[in-house]
Design a protein around this ligand. Structure first.
Ligand SMILES: Cc1cc2nc3c(=O)[nH]c(=O)nc-3n(C[C@H](O)[C@H](O)[C@H](O)COP(=O)(O)OP(=O)(O)OC[C@H]3O[C@@H](n4cnc5c(N)ncnc54)[C@H](O)[C@@H]3O)c2cc1C
Length: 378
């Protein structure tokens, strides 16, 4: 039996929560499917801290904000700086409850649009039909690895999105490839969990560690709301100046609170270095040779090599992919997040090419929800 809805929101992460809550508030019959906050619960370490603060929230109506959650719970943000991931997750549960979000814990197997209406075939065998679909696939399908990663036996390597428990690596020698926040946070977590030695290898200089402010992003999001298609109409040099500021704050500067956790007797940094060869030996450990000639023996290799958009890797979109125009892995989006397949909207990291880098973070949730939903009502 096929259930019908006006709007089907696929994904149950921050972008999906924002959009579904706002669509319901604006009177659109909406269903939301996915595993609630699964990426945060299953693909981030339970003892991780957020980089963003309590000012980034999910509510396009500006009522049930993260700050309102702190107030409601009688919590002082100063006691939760940086914000532990479990506080953030409590806040998303609270948000879903406040908004009466009926998140259906089921997954879409395949989306098609045979006759002008979307058909979502669910993993449990049901079908949901919808006039419109908003997909919020996040980054889980976009993990990027260097070309040589396959040289490391599968059992001895993980992308950071796969390694979120560290107990098994107590006493181990670990090499982390990459040098941004995830690389150094995973190094700190490995120290916390008793790794014997952690080598962090990256091509760039050692990043700086300092308290940063993301407040500069507020203005860009305001401009996105005020001017349709703001980012895409900026001159290329303005886009790259903003992107490099974002890069400076987010990628070249890492969180100051990592420093005391990076035990210098355990963590060894290899800036301006790359791995030039891999010797898998007997299969229990691997030897990596670096461009400076040093060799590192590792029981495990962690790839903190980030994410690269590739819409073709989102499994449930395979049935409509040939009708979506894609550039460099990103869907080409209208100024209202609509793909070239009319009625299909995509938000989150996949939208950063057309909307700017901030739309890969929760900061973009309320405005993306507002822009997409208002377009649906036009
Ligand atoms: C280590 C790390 C730290 C980060 N720290 C921060 C931070 O401090 N602040 C910040 O703003 N951002 C942070 N981010 C970025 C963060 O990933 C995004 O802000 C956020 O997750 C984007 O939300 P989303 O809704 O786009 O995707 P996600 O949170 O990834 O949600 C995707 C959802 O899709 C669902 N789904 C997948 N497949 C299906 C299917 N077939 N059917 C139905 N549902 C499906 C999943 O169940 C999941 O719930 C961090 C990222 C990483 C990797």
């Amino acid at each position: 039996m096929a259930d019908h809805t006006d709007l089907l929101v696929i994904g149950a992460g921050p972008y999906a929560y924002s959009a579904a809550a706002y669509a319901r508030a604006r009177g659109i019959a909406t269903r939301i499917v996915g595993r609630p906050m699964a990426f945060w619960r299953d693909q981030m370490p339970a003892d991780m801290y957020l980089r963003s603060g309590p000012d980034w929230h999910l509510d396009a109506q500006g009522e049930d904000t993260f700050a309102a959650f702190f107030e409601d719970r009688g919590l002082d943000p100063a006691d939760h700086d940086p914000i532990p991931i479990d506080v953030f997750l409590d806040h998303t549960d609270w948000f879903a409850e406040r908004k009466g979000l009926p998140v259906e814990q089921r997954m879409v197997e395949e989306l098609t649009r045979p006759n002008g209406e979307f058909v979502a075939r669910m993993a449990d065998g049901d079908t949901i039909t919808a006039a419109r679909v908003l997909a919020a696939p996040g980054i889980a399908h976009y993990a990027a690895l260097p070309a040589w990663a396959d040289g490391v036996p599968a059992a001895l390597r993980s992308h950071t999105s796969e390694l979120v428990r560290f107990e098994d690596l107590a006493g181990a020698r670990v090499v982390i490839v990459g040098g941004r926040q995830s690389a150094y946070e995973w190094a700190a977590l490995l120290c916390d969990h008793g790794a014997e030695r952690v080598d962090v290898v990256h091509r760039h200089d050692t990043p700086s560690f300092a308290k940063v402010s993301w407040a500069f992003v507020d203005d860009y999001v305001e401009q996105t709301l005020a001017t349709r298609g703001w980012w895409r109409h900026l001159p290329a040099e303005d886009q790259s100046a903003i992107a490099s500021r974002f890069w400076q704050v987010g990628r070249l500067t890492l969180e100051y609170w990592l420093v005391p956790r990076l035990d210098p007797t355990v963590v060894h940094r290899h800036p301006r270095c790359e791995v030039v060869s891999v010797d898998a030996g007997s299969g229990d450990a691997v030897r990596l040779t670096l461009s400076d000639g040093e060799s590192l023996d590792a029981d495990h290799v962690v790839f903190a090599s980030g994410y690269r958009a590739d819409l073709s890797r989102v499994p449930y979109l395979s049935g409509v992919l040939d009708r979506i125009s894609v550039t460099d892995g990103f869907p080409a989006l209208s100024p209202a997040f609509e793909t070239s397949l009319s009625g299909l909207y995509v938000v989150g990291f996949s939208a950063t090419r057309d909307f700017g880098p901030f739309y890969g973070f929760t900061k973009g949730c309320p405005s993306a929800a507002r822009i997409a939903v208002e377009e649906m009502l036009r």
